[in-house]
Design a binder for this molecule. Structure first.
Ligand SMILES: *Cc1c(COP(=O)(O)O)cnc(C)c1O
Length: 434
């Protein structure tokens, strides 16, 4: 499979090049030249398959031309060693909990998959001095750091905005050591993202090291997120509610949503998607007006969605051949204030005992507000509520017990390096690392 850039200036590349490069040289995002439709018998019998077999089939459709079957299956098996159950929360509303990986958030699967795929290519090419650069507003950094921890020959550098990620999130990528370095940037998440992009375009740096990204812009990270949609649908089939399926996705950089759109293009019968934003409503406004106006991010309690210029927007536009009308047919936008998110968490907890995290709460509320009565809705709960312990405890006025694995991160020493938000400082730091 060849991959082209959404800016259509850079040459097409192989999967290996797309994974190692991350961002295309013309600053576009890589897209596969074709999306393989899955056989009808697969969709028809999906309820009878287990999660890893579903994931193997979907992974094969994406990457099967480029990696031997056994190697790809092994990557899938190592990535998905936990269950992803569907639970009923309300009438016609189900939750798919995507937080059973090491950092209790949905990016674990993409990060682990990418770490193994990249490691496969690095070994095949005997490449040296490979560095993964990642900007994070909280969850990406912890997922990528844990996904790559101890992976041979690859060093990970996480850039995060000082004081703008939760204590637990910070502990998850600043305490690991080994091949993981954390840079605490005096700025916002958008600054971090801009710094990472500028490192990729720096000639001197790229001569000295092999830089790659692990943000959701990397095809190896965002495409495996399609698995979830198949898992959710398969479980709805088994419950007998697989008609008029809608997915509600808490959205920031739009990687997760884009992966869902790919699943639909592959033949998964999803009738429409709800994109739930917090107050960072760039995508919501686009869906409402057809006008895309990126802007600086604002801080909210659903901080992994604090993105003012969603990087995967270009992929969505590319997927829909720039037709606003077709985008609007498949995706409905929602936006929620912090107060509304808090109210949702409280109401759902009081009514059903189900505890949402602030991100999942946006997606739940979007289903509540937008779902027709003949639709079956799945919302993606992207993080464990305990990751936002202080906020959630404040809302329900009860103590939450941290899962033991999360708790253990908070007991280790922080090892981060403080830097200003300018590209010279970051570049110089990286140069002395190698
Ligand atoms: C990253 C993240 C999101 C947003 O996902 P995107 O792919 O960036 O849209 C939502 N919730 C949580 C908990 C996240 O970590």
């Amino acid at each position: 499979m060849k991959y082209y850039s959404t800016n259509h200036v850079a040459p097409v590349v192989t999967l290996q090049q797309a994974v190692i490069k991350g961002l295309a040289p013309d600053k576009g995002l890589y897209m596969p030249e074709s999306i393989n439709l899955l056989p009808k018998y697969f969709i028809d019998n999906i309820g009878e398959m287990n999660l890893t077999d579903i994931a193997k089939t979907v992974a094969h459709a994406f990457f099967g031309e480029d990696i031997p079957k056994e190697a790809l299956n092994a990557i899938v098996m190592e990535t998905l060693n936990f269950d992803i159950p569907l639970k009923k929360v309300d009438e016609g509303i189900y939750v798919l909990e995507l937080f059973h990986g090491p950092t209790f958030a949905f990016k674990d699967v993409g990060a682990r998959f990418m770490a193994r795929l990249l490691s496969y290519f690095v070994k095949k090419q005997n490449q040296e001095n490979v560095k993964v650069l990642v900007a994070t507003s909280g969850d990406t950094g912890s997922a990528v750091a844990n996904g790559f921890l101890g992976v041979d020959g690859i060093q990970v550098i996480v850039l995060y905005p000082s004081g703008k990620v939760s204590n637990i999130q910070e502990a998850q990528f600043t305490t690991l050591g080994q091949n993981i370095v954390a840079l605490e940037i005096d700025g916002t998440f958008d600054d971090c993202q801009r710094l990472v992009k500028s490192m990729f375009l720096n000639k001197k740096l790229n001569e000295q090291m092999n830089l790659t990204s692990a943000n959701s812009i990397n095809v190896a990270r965002f495409l495996p997120q399609s698995f979830y949609y198949f898992f959710g649908y398969a479980q709805l089939v088994n419950l007998g509610f697989a008609n008029n399926v809608v997915f509600s996705v808490p959205s920031g950089n739009l990687g997760n949503l884009t992966a869902g759109l790919f699943a639909k293009k592959m033949g998964l019968p999803i009738s429409r998607f709800f994109a739930a934003n917090n107050k960072n409503d760039t995508f919501f406004n686009y869906l409402k007006t057809g006008d895309y106006q990126p802007k600086p991010s604002v801080q909210t309690i659903a901080n992994a969605m604090d993105v003012g210029a969603p990087s995967n927007f270009d992929r969505i536009i590319d997927l829909y051949k720039a037709s606003y009308q077709s985008v609007k047919k498949d995706i409905i936008g929602f936006t929620y204030t912090d107060d509304e998110i808090k109210q949702t968490i409280l109401d759902v907890y009081n009514k059903s005992g189900y505890l949402l995290d602030p991100h999942g709460a946006c997606a739940y509320q979007a289903l509540k507000d937008g779902k027709e009565s003949d639709e079956n809705g799945i919302f993606l709960a992207t993080a464990h509520p305990a990751k936002f312990k202080e906020i959630v405890e404040g809302i329900i006025d009860k103590e939450i017990i941290l899962p033991e694995k999360l708790e253990s991160f908070t007991k280790k020493n922080k090892l981060s390096v403080k830097l200003p938000a300018d590209s010279e400082s970051v570049k110089n730091y990286l140069l002395q690392l190698s």
